[in-house]
Structure formats: structure tokens, C-alpha cells
Design a protein around this ligand. Structure first.
Ligand SMILES: Nc1ncnc2c1ncn2[C@@H]1O[C@H](COP(=O)(O)OP(=O)(O)OP(=O)(O)O)[C@@H](O)[C@H]1O
Ligand SMILES: [Mg+2]
Length: 471
């Protein structure tokens, strides 16, 4: 489609010659001979570019320009000035003219400027469209937040995104949505026009990570054949997301602290201080307080990072989010796998509600993905769910809560756990067997059996071994 250009000039001859050269160059041209008509034409259909005479019969070009800017902040306007006056040109640019041209103009010069302005405009529009698309895709409204807890998190994220905060710490278990939140922070803030870069601190060996973050000069080390800019430089004006910050090596912790405090850093092998303005979003599923206590994480860096901590609660603490999340993932995978699955049977939803989701939203997403793949007859059934999720529901049916105790990822020795619980019950009951039995839901025989099995003899003399043998 040819670009549409609106020519605004009261002199017929000028309009005619502009029109001739522009049409010859393949543009579509519309004309107006005074300001009022120009604005009318502009509002009827926004042109891609306006060529505007500075002096018009009914009002000045500057006034027209102001009105145009009120209608559209970014359509390029070339101002034509009969007597090239610098002051006029300056005023025009201040009002948002893209460029200006002195009369009499050279046709070639005009075409070059028109082309350049249109190209810049089209790039700006593309960028704006992409940003809008990204915001739609990654912005805060994409975070499912039905629960009060999550709504509060989203509210906090929105405020933080639009603030001047330069460091934000996202905390929460694995799979709660820290990565998603980091991206949303980027797209909701002024950082949105600039890059979002991320690095997972565990994924890369320390020396590589250092040059990844800070870049390196040529010859800084054997493989440094050319100079390289690091993520801090590349993210200037935008966001650098440092994932798994709890795993950052001590050396890099010190260097990161320096960047945060001084806003400057050096490339590896460099001598020049580089200044950048980058928003750091750090995330971890570790307990940083404990890491600091254990001496694995620098206290000063921790304090610097946690100026604005955002804690994303685990999924089991916000059951209201479960169904909306499940439905969102269902819609997603239904589209991705082109499979017409549109329902989740109530029994499956119940199983979801009862399961404690140690892997949080990511685990739910995976469960729905798998269920959609397996589904038959357009519905997700309880039977399509992973065994551990359904298993929890079975227990519930027999009158037990979904999960009193979460099996650690590496499992445990049941006998040890039993022994430990019996000991705790006896302690709490101060040695009273009946009371200890009640704590554990056991009868007198069952507790006696265990006391003997584990060799606990609360408040009694240890039973001699031959006695035991006699039982
Ligand atoms: N509130 C939410 N709304 C929609 N999708 C979510 C939400 N929370 C998490 N997700 C989705 O769940 C998955 C896991 O989230 P994410 O990767 O952000 O977790 P994480 O906290 O960064 O986990 P880890 O600590 O393991 O890196 C992603 O696919 C993400 O899009
Ligand atoms: Mg993550």
C-alpha cells in the first residue's frame, strides 16, 4: 500500500508541483489549502505524513501542527518555510515537527526527507506494535490472580514496576511464577522500551558468568579474541533478570554489590568504569536469611537486594487460583495440541483442590498438559491425571486430609520418621502412654508395641534384654 501524504499549502502552484513529484515517486496525495480543511482531512483519515506550509490564510502552520499533535502524537510532519527562519524552525521542532524544508525546495531533497521520515515513522510504529503485543503477552494482567494473596502481589508488582526502584527481589518456592513476574515487571514499567535480558546464575561456570555479565576486553583471557559487551551494558535502560541469585558465587556477589552501589562496573580486563542504568530483578527459591546465616550469601548484598522484596506465595496457600489457572492452561494446550478438550470433570478438579502442589504452578501446568494430551472425548478426566495427584484424593476419600506431611523430594526412611514421631509424642505426653497414643491415633497395644520396638522406656528402668526376649 502506498504511503498517504497530506499537503497543506495555500499556493496552488506549490501544491501542484509537490503533488506531481510525490505521485511520481509512488505516493498517494491529498491536498488542503488552509488549516481548517487540513485538520478535517487529517481526522477523516490519518495520513502517513503531512507536508505543512508555515503560513496559511486562516491560521499559522504552528497552530495546525499543535492540533495535529493533539490528534496524533507521532505522524511525521514536514514544515515548509518560505523564509527559512531559524526561530520558526526551532519552534516547529519544539511543537513536534519532524523536519523542516525551506522554500524554494529541491524536489530530490524533498523526496529524500519524505522517505526518511516515513521510514522512521514505520519503524516507530513497528516497535510500538511489538511493545503492545509483548505487553499483552507478558504484562501483569497475564498473571492469574483470583486469590486475595495473589491480587496483593500483583498490586505490589504494578506499583513497583512504575516506580524508580532499581532492585527488586522476587522470593518464593520453585514454580510459583517468579520468572513470569520478572517479565511482567519489565513490561509494565518504563523499562518496557528497552531490553529484558536474563541469566540463570547456576547455569554457567563462574568465570564465564562474569564475562557474560560484565563483558570483556579483547585479550582479557585466552579466548577473548574480540571485545564483548556484557549483559549490564546490553540491558542499559531496561531490565536484567538474575535468576537463582542465591547460587551466585562469592566473587560475583562482591562484583554485583559494587554495580548496585556505584552503578558502574568494568569489563573483564578493562580499566574504564562504565556507567549504566539497569533495573535488576533478582529471584531465588532459597531462604536467603539462612544462606546469610550460613555464610554463603553476603549480608550487605542481601540487604541491598531486599529493599523491595516481593514474596509469591505457594499455590497451596491460594486455592482460589487453582481452577482459573487450570482453565487457562487447558485453553493454552488445547490450542497448542489442536485438540478439542474444553472441560475438566469435577472429580479431576477436586483432585486438584486436594493436592498440595509442591511444584506449584509449573507442576499444575505440566499436569494439565499431560491430561490434555491423554484426554479422550473432549474432557479431562481424573484418570488422566498423574498418580501422585490422584493418590492424594484417594486418601482424602478415606477420611484423611490431603497431605499432612510432604514427602521430601529425595524421599525418606519411614521407620525413622515413625520412631521420631513416637518419641515426640512421648515427650509431649511427659511419658504418659495413653496420652502419647492419642497424639498418634493409636491404641494402647499399638503404642506399647512401638515403644518396645524402638526401645523407648519413658520414666522406667530400661528393660533387660532377656525380658524383651521373653515377650
Ligand atoms: N499467576 C500465574 N498466572 C499464569 N501463569 C503462571 C502464574 N504463575 C506461574 N505461571 C506459569 O507457571 C510456570 C512456572 O512459572 P515460573 O517459571 O515463572 O516459576 P518460577 O517461580 O520462576 O520457578 P523457578 O524457581 O523454578 O524458576 C510458567 O509456565 C508460568 O508461566
Ligand atoms: Mg524461574
Amino acid at each position: 500500500m502506498p504511503a498517504r501524504i497530506l499537503i497543506v499549502d495555500d499556493e496552488k502552484m506549490i501544491r501542484w508541483s509537490l503533488k506531481a513529484s510525490l505521485e511520481e515517486a509512488g505516493y498517494e496525495v491529498e491536498e488542503a489549502d488552509e488549516g481548517g480543511a487540513a485538520l478535517e482531512a487529517f481526522s477523516r483519515e490519518t495520513p502517513d505524513l503531512v507536508i505543512l506550509d508555515y503560513r496559511l490564510p486562516d491560521r499559522t502552520g504552528l497552530e495546525v501542527l499543535k492540533s495535529i499533535r493533539a490528534l496524533s502524537p507521532d505522524v511525521p510532519v514536514l514544515l515548509l518555510t518560505a523564509h527559512a527562519s531559524l526561530a520558526g524552525a526551532v519552534a516547529a521542532v519544539r511543537e513536534g515537527a519532524h523536519d523542516y524544508l525551506a522554500k524554494p525546495y529541491e524536489a530530490d531533497d524533498l523526496l529524500v526527507r519524505v522517505e526518511r521520515a516515513l521510514e522512521a515513522y514505520s519503524l516507530r510504529r513497528q516497535l510500538a506494535r511489538r511493545q503492545e503485543e509483548e505487553k499483552r503477552q507478558f504484562g501483569l494482567p497475564n498473571l492469574v490472580a483470583e486469590s486475595a494473596a495473589m491480587r496483593e502481589v500483583v498490586h505490589l508488582l504494578r506499583r513497583v514496576a512504575q516506580s524508580e526502584a532499581t532492585t527488586i527481589l522476587l522470593l518464593g518456592e520453585s514454580g510459583v511464577g517468579k520468572g513470569l513476574a520478572a517479565r511482567a515487571l519489565h513490561h509494565e514499567g518504563r523499562t518496557a522500551e528497552r531490553p529484558f535480558l536474563n541469566v540463570t546464575c547456576t547455569a554457567i561456570p563462574e568465570t564465564l558468568l562474569e564475562s557474560e555479565l560484565f563483558g570483556h576486553e579483547r585479550g582479557a583471557f585466552t579466548d577473548a579474541k574480540v571485545q564483548k559487551r556484557g549483559l549490564f551494558e546490553l540491558a542499559d535502560g531496561g531490565t536484567l533478570f538474575l535468576d537463582e541469585i542465591g547460587d551466585l558465587s562469592p566473587g560475583l556477589q562482591a562484583k554485583l554489590l559494587r554495580v548496585l552501589e556505584e552503578k558502574s562496573f568494568r569489563r573483564v580486563g578493562g580499566t574504564r568504569d562504565l556507567r549504566v542504568s539497569v533495573r535488576i530483578v533478582a529471584a531465588t527459591n532459597r531462604d536467603l536469611d539462612a544462606e546469610v546465616e550460613a555464610g554463603r550469601f553476603r549480608r550487605d548484598l542481601y540487604f541491598r537486594l531486599k529493599v523491595i522484596p516481593v514474596l509469591i506465595p505457594p499455590l497451596r496457600e491460594r486455592p482460589e487460583d487453582l481452577q482459573p489457572l487450570a482453565r487457562m492452561f487447558l485453553a493454552h494446550f488445547r490450542k497448542e495440541f489442536r485438540k478439542d478438550v474444553s472441560e475438566i470433570e469435577p472429580a479431576a478438579l477436586q483432585a486438584f483442590q486436594r493436592y498440595p502442589w509442591p511444584g506449584n504452578v509449573r507442576e499444575l501446568r505440566n499436569a494439565v498438559e499431560r491430561a490434555v494430551l491423554l484426554a479422550e472425548g473432549g474432557i479431562v478426566r481424573r484418570a488422566d491425571l498423574p498418580r501422585e495427584i490422584v493418590g492424594g484424593a484417594d486418601e482424602r476419600r478415606h477420611g484423611l486430609p490431603a497431605s499432612i506431611f510432604l514427602l521430601p523430594p529425595d524421599g525418606l526412611v519411614l521407620e525413622q520418621l515413625e520412631r521420631d514421631l513416637v518419641r515426640q509424642a512421648l515427650e509431649r505426653a511427659k511419658g504418659n502412654r495413653s496420652q502419647a497414643a492419642r497424639f498418634l491415633g493409636l491404641n494402647r497395644d499399638q503404642i506399647r508395641y512401638r515403644i518396645e520396638k524402638f526401645g523407648f522406656e519413658q520414666g522406667r528402668k530400661p528393660t533387660p534384654p532377656e525380658n524383651l526376649a521373653a515377650v
